[in-house]
Design a binder for this molecule. Structure first.
Ligand SMILES: [Zn+2]
Length: 496
């Protein structure tokens, strides 16, 4: 299914809508409907439970930062200077476009990264690139900063920005968090929140939008120490396409290798490999097909201003391999920048004496990209008996609706009995009651939104206290006693 068809289907089922559709929507902004909101929430909770509350060798604490913060934050972080994309304007229709996107059909993707405006304009000239809308001549490129500006207060207003990433709120609160949580190295600070980027041309549905949500972990460590925890996951196999492979063969095949081999071949550091592995496991743990995942190392020219090394965890979307998460080595860049700009010492005392600005590995997930990957990955079209069916094969724990409950017919006391079962199950599951249409059609509707189990109350229920439970993927049916139903479902919905 292509992205347009997918978008239409997700809208019709209640996952994701264009924002304020009654007013024509707004490019780059989306709202999540009842099912999308549940799915997003389940993903967030999975991440928080696994990473912040998980059984780690070290402490990870959470925090929530404000979306508008002191503007000096963005000066110190470098965002005011370099968080921008190159842009041209059409002389005829005044349309504005990202220079590198105009060039992407002419030159290899990512080869525009790191080029100066002059170099980009030379490529525009060389390839005779024109306005994609009207064919007009385009201007020379200029930088366009992606931060949204706003004003704070009514008098002596302060020019401020909506945050373009959550990470900086962790760095500016670093001293407070270290003191109050009494953490020692290594440790992590995690946060989930909305961020805003004024993209020149948002596209690919929720993949690149102007407001989105991040789940970011800043993991602080002493680079002079080895990562002992890598042992725990060193045998995990990942698909790798490193810098050298890209230099040699372009965008070719990823190699399958263990994290142990990644470190042994010196593709990256042990601490970085550890978080590459954890990020990989988090996404495959949600049920995403590992064959559609790869870890791609950034080329030197692609690296952000703060990064010594970055790997993208990429998913093979219907529109190609794209970044799902970025796992960056930010070194001690941010803490040192903020220390310099604020005059506050942000180093940490070491147990063996002395002080250190810890280094940082940052796994950063786009929640919306993850939702979208999961939706694409879960979607299947199958033949079921005489007719086809659409089915979303979410892991049961993540499914927006976990149990559908139906009375076989709308009479003979069956609806009353079914509603009692709904009440019984509501404490533990996300439950949906449906009494309209044939049972076959009700099954199909639940298949299409990924409900893993459907419970049908029929005449036999009134006689022997059993119900039919039908499983989504196998379409097999079981007879289960109502009194056992909760435990029966719990085992299957929340299995590891
Ligand atoms: Zn034009």
């Amino acid at each position: 299914m292509d992205i347009q068809a997918m978008q239409k289907m997700l809208m019709e089922k209640g996952f994701i809508f264009p924002t304020a559709e009654i007013y024509g929507g707004l490019a780059g902004f989306f709202d999540y409907g009842p099912l999308g909101a549940e799915l997003k929430r389940a993903i967030r909770e999975n991440w928080w439970t696994g990473w912040v509350w998980g059984d780690n060798d070290f402490q990870i604490v959470g925090m929530e930062g404000s979306t508008i913060t002191h503007p000096k934050t963005w000066d110190a972080s470098g965002h005011l200077d370099v968080f921008h994309d190159p842009m041209v304007e059409c002389a005829k229709c005044k349309g504005r476009f990202r220079t590198d996107q105009l060039l992407e059909k002419k030159v290899r993707e990512s080869s525009c990264d790191g080029l100066s405006l002059k170099e980009l304009d030379a490529l525009v000239k060389k390839h005779g690139v024109k306005c994609p809308v009207c064919g007009g001549e385009v201007s020379e490129s200029r930088w366009f900063n992606l931060m949204f500006k706003t004003e704070v207060g009514a008098v002596n207003t302060l020019e401020a920005y909506l945050r373009p990433e959550t990470a900086q709120l962790i760095f500016v609160n670093f001293n407070r968090i270290v003191k109050t949580s009494r953490v020692s190295l290594p440790f992590g600070i995690a946060t989930i929140g909305r961020v805003f980027r004024n993209e020149i041309s948002p596209r690919n549905f929720v993949f690149r939008c102007r407001e989105f949500e991040q789940m970011e972990l800043e993991f602080f460590f002493n680079p002079g120490e080895k990562c002992a925890s890598l042992k725990k996951i060193e045998d995990v196999e990942v698909n790798v396409i490193d810098r050298k492979a890209q230099e040699e063969g372009g965008d070719g095949q990823a190699r399958k290798m263990t994290l142990k081999e990644v470190v042994r071949h010196k593709l990256t550091t042990d601490w970085h490999a550890y978080w590459l592995g954890n990020s990989w496991q988090f996404v495959t743990g949600l049920g995403v097909d590992p064959k559609k995942l790869r870890l791609r190392q950034h080329m030197k020219s692609e690296l952000s201003h703060y990064s010594a090394d970055t790997w993208d965890l990429e998913y093979h979307y219907s529109f190609g391999w794209k970044e799902l998460a970025g796992i960056a080595n930010r070194t001690d860049y941010d803490l040192k920048q903020h220390a310099k700009a604020s005059g506050v010492d942000l180093s940490m005392p070491l147990s063996e004496g002395g002080k250190l600005y810890p280094h940082v590995i940052e796994p950063s997930f786009g929640v919306d990209r993850l939702v979208f990957a999961l939706l694409e990955d879960s979607y299947h079209e199958e033949n079921a008996g005489t007719e086809g069916r659409q089915v979303m094969k979410f892991r049961p724990g993540l499914a927006p609706i976990q149990v559908g409950v139906f009375p076989l017919v709308n009479k003979d006391g069956l609806p009353e009995k079914a509603k009692k079962i709904v009440s019984l199950l509501k404490a533990g599951f996300r439950v949906f009651y449906d009494a309209s249409g044939s049972v076959g059609r009700r099954y199909r509707r639940q298949d299409a939104v990924g409900t893993p189990f459907c419970v049908t109350v029929d005449g036999q229920t009134l006689e022997d206290g059993t119900v039919t439970v039908r499983e989504r993927d196998s379409m097999k049916q079981d007879r289960v006693k109502v009194e056992d139903l909760e435990v029966w479902l719990r085992r299957r919905v929340f299995k590891a």
